[in-house]
Design a binder for this molecule. Structure first.
Ligand SMILES: O=C(CO)[C@H](O)[C@H](O)COP(=O)(O)O
Length: 217
C-alpha cells in the first residue's frame, strides 16, 4: 500500500517546502498531474516542473499525463526525471506505442482510464504496464467527490491480475480519496492512493498522511 500525494493541491509559491513536508511526513510517491487544456479542461505543470522537483526529493515521481497525443512528450518527461509515466487510454490512437516508448526509457509505464472507460478495453496493453490508474473522478480538477461506481472496476482489474499471474501491474486510484473513501478503494484491490485536497486541507500534511496510512495498513 502506497500513498501518493498530488502536488496539484500544494502551495506553488512554496513547492519545495511542501515537497519536503510530504517526504518527511511519510509519502511514498509524489504524484504530478500534467494537463494540456485540451484532453482535460484545465492546465497544470510541464516537464520543467518535473525537472525542478527531481533534485529536491528522493521520492519517486509519478507523472500522470492528462494530454492529447502524449507520445509526443514522453521523451521530455523521461529526460526530466519521471519514475513512472502514465498515459490515458482515451488520449491517443497509439496507446501501445506510447507504452512501448515509456518502457524504452526504462521508466515504469502506466495506463489510465476515465470513469466511463471499461477495464476490458485495456486487455491488450496490460502485459506492457507496471501500473494501471483507475480515475475515481472525472480528470481535470482536484477537490471532486469520489465516484463509488469506479470501485467495481478496481475489483475487476484485481481479479484479472489474480487470474493471470504473468500480469504484474499495481492498481492506483486517483480522485476524491480521503478518510471516508480510502478503505473502500483498498478493499476493492487498490495498492496506490493519490490524494490532493485531503492531504493539503488539514492541519499538517504529516498528520493527514498518518491518518490515511493508518486506515490502509
Ligand atoms: O488527477 C487529478 C485531477 O484530475 C488529481 O490528482 C486528483 O483529482 C487529486 O485530487 P483530490 O484528491 O483533491 O481529488
Amino acid at each position: 500500500m502506497q500513498l501518493a500525494p498530488s502536488i496539484l493541491s500544494a502551495d506553488f509559491i512554496n513547492l519545495q517546502r511542501d515537497v519536503s513536508a510530504l517526504e518527511a511526513g511519510g509519502a511514498d510517491l509524489l504524484h504530478v498531474d500534467v494537463m494540456d487544456g485540451h484532453f482535460v479542461p484545465n492546465l497544470a505543470f510541464g516537464p520543467q516542473v518535473v525537472q525542478a522537483l527531481r533534485p529536491i526529493t528522493k521520492l519517486p515521481l509519478d507523472v500522470h499525463l492528462m494530454m492529447s497525443h502524449p507520445e509526443a512528450y514522453i521523451d521530455m518527461f523521461a529526460a526530466a526525471g519521471a519514475d513512472t509515466i502514465m498515459v490515458h487510454f482515451e488520449s491517443t490512437p497509439h496507446i501501445y506505442h506510447a507504452l512501448q516508448l515509456i518502457a524504452q526509457h526504462h521508466v515504469k509505464p502506466g495506463v489510465v482510464i476515465n470513469p466511463g472507460t471499461p477495464v476490458d478495453a485495456l486487455k491488450s496493453v496490460l502485459p506492457l504496464v507496471g501500473q494501471v490508474l483507475i480515475m475515481t473522478v472525472n480528470p481535470g480538477f482536484g477537490g471532486q467527490a469520489f465516484l463509488p461506481s469506479t470501485l467495481e472496476k478496481v475489483a475487476h482489474l484485481d481479479q484479472i491480475r489474480q487470474t493471470d499471474t504473468t500480469l504484474t501491474f499495481d492498481i492506483e486510484v486517483d480522485g476524491g480519496i480521503n478518510d471516508q473513501t480510502i478503505q473502500q478503494a483498498a478493499r476493492a484491490g487498490a495498492d496506490i492512493f493519490v490524494a490532493g485536497s485531503y492531504i493539503f486541507g488539514g492541519h499538517s500534511v504529516a498528520e493527514q498522511i498518518t491518518k490515511l496510512k493508518g486506515l490502509i495498513e
